[in-house]
Design a protein around this ligand. Structure first.
Ligand SMILES: CC(C)(COP(=O)(O)OP(=O)(O)OC[C@H]1O[C@@H](n2cnc3c(N)ncnc32)[C@H](O)[C@@H]1OP(=O)(O)O)[C@@H](O)C(=O)NCCC(=O)NCCS
Length: 162
């Protein structure tokens, strides 16, 4: 129920204001939120959320899944309509293709930039300072200091050393 009410309030509040109140609301659902975190009109369901200081999360970004951790580092920039999804299913049978459900932690390290509409799937770690291009689907680990794009996300180039 806590998630339900917090998501309703987050949806009503203006996107780019009331960041302190939004931090308090996220803390109320058990999240650990760093200083100066700014979230727009996001939705959070089920996960144990940690966000480091100075991180920004854009409009209509969805953080959802089972009872797993979503850890987002400091100085990250998560664009709008990004989906961070810890839950999935084992492959079932013909009667029910979505088999037993499970979830895995997602770790987004410090300084990461995730472009508009990217999808980050269960069990993935995105390394420090990496960039995920708009629309990418990240289904395996991305190391530090790279630009990854596409479906599934692949390294396009190595960025300047950080
Ligand atoms: C990923 C991104 C940062 C790349 O920037 P860049 O380093 O300047 O790269 P370039 O534009 O030179 O493109 C390099 C190559 O990657 C491709 N590419 C770039 N972005 C891509 C994307 N999102 N998906 C697929 N391919 C992409 C380009 O077509 C180009 O391919 P080529 O080498 O075959 O010609 C940028 O394209 C992007 O996705 N930005 C996010 C925008 C966004 O989300 N805005 C919302 C506000 S944060």
């Amino acid at each position: 129920m806590k998630y339900y009410f917090v998501n309703i309030i987050l949806r009503i509040l203006p996107s780019s204001r009331f960041f302190r109140l939004k931090r308090l609301l996220l803390t109320y659902i058990g999240a650990t939120i760093g200083e100066n975190v700014r979230v727009m009109r996001i939705k959070v369901e089920g996960v144990k959320l940690r966000i480091g200081e100075n991180t920004f999360i854009g409009d209509e970004t969805l953080i959802t899944g089972g009872d797993s951790i979503v850890s987002i580092g400091s100085n990250c920039d998560i664009s709008s309509r990004v989906s961070i999804v810890t839950g999935t299913h084992k492959i079932g049978d013909k009667e029910k293709a979505a088999g037993e459900g499970y979830s895995e932690d997602i770790i987004i390290e410090d300084g990461v930039w995730i472009g508009f509409g990217a999808i980050i799937l269960h069990g993935v770690t995105i390394g420090k300072g990496s960039i995920i291009g708009a629309g990418a689907v990240v289904n395996s680990n991305i190391p530090s200091g790279v630009l990854a794009i596409g479906i599934p996300a692949k390294i396009k180039k190595h960025l300047n050393p950080i």
